[in-house]
Write a protein that binds this ligand. Structure first.
Ligand code: SAH
Ligand code: CA
Length: 213
């Protein structure tokens, strides 16, 4: 979902950091070979993830929802020499695609892939976290938050994607719409949590920044 007029989107892209060719290739291959390519972060959001990660220089990143690895590779750009990115996806069919790109990248020794349900895997990751990107199934966002909050280092940042859900968060809620219901609960939860300082950015489908105090 794009909230801005197309001409503005185009202008922004023309005047923002360019997508590295390696990621453009991953983007194209995802579009050719994988279902639901719209889930991939893409050029603009990818450059935002990259710049945020570089500003934080996180020793430890957790990504929930790898998909084809695009956002993981953007976030990895900010890792220091001894940094590590952990990324989880439940869909085992994506594993080989992800691995091919991770191995071919300059971050191959800094990315650890996990296949399985994030709710089971997060408790097994024995590491404090400086940066988290929550981008998997929306009904579990509140559960993911509860699983990570005690692992966050003070000053760390939690990024939550698709929090405006194509604008559905301000429309009448349909009884069967689990994702919107969960996101409404989640957005309220973050805004009211006194351990956090939260702002929603109207980037793409909505990206929340929550700084852990
Ligand atoms: N972060 C990616 C896009 C992620 S799409 C990018 O920006 O390019 C969402 C992903 O979440 C899908 O690949 C899906 O398989 C995964 N997912 C869904 N439910 C999950 C769960 N319970 N645990 C881990 N991953 C899950
Ligand atoms: Ca997303």
């Amino acid at each position: 979902m794009h909230f801005l007029p197309e001409a503005i989107d185009d202008y922004i892209l023309e005047h923002s950091a360019k997508e590295p060719e390696f990621l453009a290739k991953l983007n194209r291959e995802t579009n050719h070979k994988v279902l639901q390519p719209r889930m991939l972060s893409g050029n603009y959001q990818g450059r935002i993830l990259s710049i945020i990660s570089k500003l934080i220089a996180p020793k430890s990143i957790l990504e929930i929802g790898t998909y084809t690895g695009y956002s993981a590779l953007c976030l990895a750009e900010g890792l220091p020499k001894d940094g590590m990115l952990h990324t989880i996806d439940i869909n085992e069919e994506l594993h080989d695609f992800q691995q091919k790109y991770f191995q071919a990248s300059e971050f191959k020794n800094k990315i650890r892939q996990y296949i399985g349900d994030a709710r089971e895997i997060i408790p097994k990751i024995d590491s404090k976290l400086d940066l988290v990107f929550i981008d998997a199934d929306k009904p579990n966002y509140p559960a993911y938050f509860e699983l990570i909050i005690d692992k966050m280092n003070s000053g760390g940042l939690i990024l939550s994607d698709n929090v405006l859900w194509s604008g559905k968060v301000v429309e009448t809620l349909k009884a069967e719409d689990e994702s919107t219901r969960a996101l409404l609960e989640y957005n309220k939860m973050l805004a009211e949590d006194e351990r956090l300082e939260t702002v929603i950015l109207p980037i793409r489908d909505g990206l929340t920044l929550s700084r852990v105090i």
